[in-house]
Design a protein around this ligand. Structure first.
Ligand code: HEC
Ligand code: HEC
Length: 326
């Protein structure tokens, strides 16, 4: 009796132990996703673009779809062999505005409808969406501006307005544009960046930075990062902070804001290397009418301070930031 009682107790202990281990294991598995969500507090709060299945039927919907396609396949319409005109460098808006401008911190268009027209220091005035589109056409795609009343401009604007329809006027959609990033505390180094470029970017964008096309006349599979078909020196991406911010959350292709591949430091060095390579030069003499409002990493003088152009291009930015605050 005492014996079987002891056996019973042992069995009960073993079974109880197993059940307990089982429960703990289940809890751990069950908690896994919750834990990883906690690590990325931003993950759940991003603005989400309306689904394309919600694009209305009829002529308005057609215009929105046309605008979306112009963003995704710009080259097909406006590129060197474009069906509408042949003025741009062959890049697509989507190369820099990922997923047709909807990806969190993939330079997305979530706040275009809600914030434009807005004051911009580059022009020193209130800018319409039309002006902003033409700026990217001329500077990033090295092309010509298009008419405000053209089907292409109306289409792109219809698309931006549809995308941002649920973002209240005057508000910024979370995750729109590029991810904010602190300045690097030293100068960014092109030589370090070159080593990283060869490891992490070259396989797609090429040893010569020229990207890769499907065929000689076909669109890019991998867009160029420098050289004659790349964005110009007047483009937003020619500022090292913009390039580093875009790269850190989006490249190598497959990286996301939640799962970046590069550290911020690596992104600065790679940006320094890519931006030290040759590219089309464009200048708009009317830019930055008030030089006090020029961003400190704008790589062309004149400046309101005495730091040289190279420091404005690569850093270190610490002292400039302090001086700007003063
Ligand atoms: C080479 C990269 C690149 C390409 C290609 C490009 N853009 Fe941009 N675009 C940018 C960057 C970078 C910014 C933000 C930079 C800044 O504000 O200085 C921007 C900003 C914009 C904005 C303002 C967004 C906002 O929230 O203020 C609009 C609108 C825009 N682009 C439209 C277009 C359109 C339309 C095309 C294609 C015709 C295009 N872009 C192609 C890099 C690019
Ligand atoms: C696996 C291939 C791949 C790798 C590796 C890769 N990219 Fe890209 N990159 C792309 C593709 C594809 C696009 C265009 C995305 C689109 O149109 O949806 C792009 C676009 C870009 C753009 C904006 C368009 C342009 O041409 O200016 C930049 C800047 C860029 N990549 C930088 C980098 C950097 C820096 C690295 C290395 C850290 C890198 N990429 C690694 C595939 C790649």
């Amino acid at each position: 009796m005492a014996n079987s009682g002891g056996r019973l107790l042992t069995t009960a202990l073993i079974v109880g132990g197993c059940v307990l281990i089982g429960i703990v294991a289940m809890l751990m598995v069950y908690h896994e996703p919750i834990k990883s969500e906690k690590k990325n507090p931003m993950a759940r709060n991003f603005w989400i673009a309306p689904d394309t299945s919600q694009i209305p039927k009829g002529p308005e919907g057609q215009l929105i779809r046309y605008g979306r396609d112009l963003i995704a396949r710009t080259s097909y319409y406006l590129g060197p062999n474009g069906t509408v005109s042949k003025t741009t460098n062959g890049m697509n808006c989507q190369n820099c505005h990922l997923d047709a401008g909807t990806r969190p911190f993939g330079n997305n268009y979530g706040s275009v409808a809600s914030l434009y027209p807005k004051f911009r220091a580059r022009s020193g005035g209130l800018e319409s969406i039309e002006k902003r589109v033409n700026d990217c056409l001329m500077r990033s795609l090295n092309g010509e501006p298009i008419d405000s009343m053209s089907a292409e401009m109306r289409g792109m604007i219809a698309y931006f307005n549809w995308l941002g329809k649920d973002v209240p006027k005057g508000q910024t959609a979370a995750g729109s544009g590029l991810k904010p990033m602190a300045w690097l505390d030293r100068a960014a180094e092109p030589t370090k960046g070159k080593r990283l470029y060869l490891q992490k970017c070259q396989v797609c964008h090429g040893n010569d930075g020229m990207g890769l096309k499907i065929s000689e006349k076909g669109p890019y599979i991998y867009p160029p990062l420098w050289g004659e078909h790349s964005f110009t020196t007047a483009a937003g991406l020619f500022r090292i902070s913009n390039f580093a911010r875009y790269t850190q959350t989006n490249m190598p292709f497959g990286a996301t804001t939640e799962k970046p591949i590069l550290t911020e430091e690596q992104s600065w060095d790679i940006a320094a290397f890519v931006l030290s390579q040759p590219r089309p030069e464009k200048k708009f003499s009317q830019d930055w009418p008030n030089i006090l409002l020029k961003p400190i990493d704008y790589p062309f003088g004149p400046y309101a301070d005495n730091y040289p152009e190279t420091q404005h291009k690569y850093g270190p930015f610490g002292d400039m930031v302090k001086e700007e605050k003063r």
